[in-house]
Design a protein around this ligand. Structure first.
Ligand SMILES: Cc1ncc(COP(=O)(O)O)c(C=O)c1O
Length: 403
């Protein structure tokens, strides 16, 4: 294309001017001076790990989500592994989960030698469809692992009812959903165990980190033991009681979250409400704008749900466009909008295909969604100008490809 034909509507991918001069990522952490000071204080203290900040962070977190216990871990993945262990998952068992998730959700069953069984998702929320779950129950099913995709809680009540009927444990993967509400209840206080992640793109961060919340004391004790090599006591407890004895009672790991970053988590937690409010305001701005833009299907919200908006996944209405998702994705990236795709269905991954013989196309709802999904930037540090840039870029690109 010659430069004389370039207009403000010319896509950056076709040689036009991008909507933004600099790249806007899909997610980014916010770290403030108070966070830095809290970390520095711990660095100057007696305990870098297994010290007082661990318990303080856990107590504050449990209280925020309304759970009796919160047990911290070195990552959300470690937390999922521990929850799978505490649920008793073992060789020969099955855990039913969604294909529209990060691989770690299904992998936690594999860590225990169990088999993840996928069930298709509901076409609105892309969360596990309870009817599909019910169809996958077998004599070997031990757990159900719903995911609160993008921060919209899964359909928890019917899933808990199925679990109760069959004596199963529900491990809710709420790595996207800290602060979300379902029927007026806080995510983290509903399932048997709920798992969170503190990766930098999440609502609060500790760099790497995770948490399991539960009301069940037996689960909480097992989780604490599992994250500490399977030992029955922790170093500080032994120091305080003047004891040297400890017993390894199960095969655990070192999955501990150090005091250095628990201090960071405590500071970040103080800003959770502000972070959620900002994410909800951004989602409202997007929804209002996309209502008017043909070719875009914004993520729906069910009645009785208050999502936490970790992601903002739109679906491209391919029936109205001359381009496919990949072309729209590349065009938005060229406009310096850091779009992403969440998720490649887990059963598409070569590991799953080779090990379980899963087929692309196996789950029609997940499959149709995957062909259309694009995650737009969504993080609490976005200013109104950033949000307007995203809306403008979507309008420009989809306007260009509209039939
Ligand atoms: C749905 C889901 N589950 C689990 C994880 C794993 O968490 P982590 O990265 O803290 O190990 C993630 C991470 O992004 C996730 O999105």
């Amino acid at each position: 294309m010659s430069t004389t034909s370039v207009t403000p509507q010319t896509l950056a991918i076709d040689g036009g001017l991008p909507v933004r001069a600099n790249f806007l990522p899909y997610g980014r952490q916010s770290v403030e001076e108070a966070d830095v000071q809290a970390v520095v204080e711990v660095l100057r203290s007696e305990w870098l790990t297994t010290g007082p900040k661990v318990g303080e962070f856990e107590e504050a977190f449990a209280s925020r989500v309304g759970a009796a216990h919160a047990v911290s871990f070195s990552s959300g993945t470690a937390a999922l592994h521990a929850a799978a262990f505490a649920a008793g998952l073992k060789v020969g068992d099955e855990a039913i989960t969604t294909p529209i998730t990060f691989a770690a959700t299904a992998n936690c069953a594999l860590y225990q030698g169990a088999t993840p069984i996928f069930a298709d998702v509901s076409s609105d929320t892309l969360n596990l469809d309870p009817e599909q779950v019910a169809r996958k129950i077998s004599a070997n099913t031990r757990a159900i692992l719903p995911v609160d995709y993008a921060g919209h809680p899964a359909d928890l009540m019917p899933i808990l009812e199925i679990a109760q009927r069959h004596g199963l444990v529900v491990i809710e993967d709420a790595c996207h959903a800290l602060g979300a509400e379902y029927d007026g209840r806080s995510v983290g206080s509903i399932a048997d165990m709920t798992v969170f992640s503190f990766h930098p793109v999440k609502h609060i961060t500790t760099g790497e980190g995770g948490m399991v919340t539960t009301d069940n004391l037996r689960f909480a004790e097992t989780l604490r033991c599992f994250r500490n090599h399977g030992f029955s006591s922790e170093a500080r407890q032994r120091l305080q009681t003047g004891q040297w004895q400890y017993e390894m009672v199960l095969l655990g790991f070192n999955y501990r979250l150090p005091d250095i970053v628990c201090a960071l988590g405590l500071e970040q937690l103080k800003r959770l409400e502000a972070n959620l409010a900002r994410r909800r305001a951004i989602a409202a701005m997007y929804a209002a704008a996309f209502h008017e833009i043909p070719g875009v299907i914004p993520p729906p919200v069910r009645a009785g749900v208050n999502p936490a908006w970790h992601l903002y996944p739109i679906r491209t209405d391919l029936s109205r466009l001359t381009a496919n998702r990949a072309q729209v994705f590349r065009a938005l990236r060229a406009e310096n909008i850091g779009v992403n795709v969440h998720y490649i269905p887990v059963y598409h991954h070569p590991y799953y295909r080779e090990r379980f013989g899963s087929r692309i196309g196996e789950f029609p709802v997940a499959e149709a969604a995957y062909e259309r999904l694009i995650s737009l930037p969504m993080f609490h540090g976005m200013n109104d100008g950033d949000v307007e840039d995203v809306i403008h870029a979507v309008e420009k690109v989809l306007g260009h490809y509209l039939k």
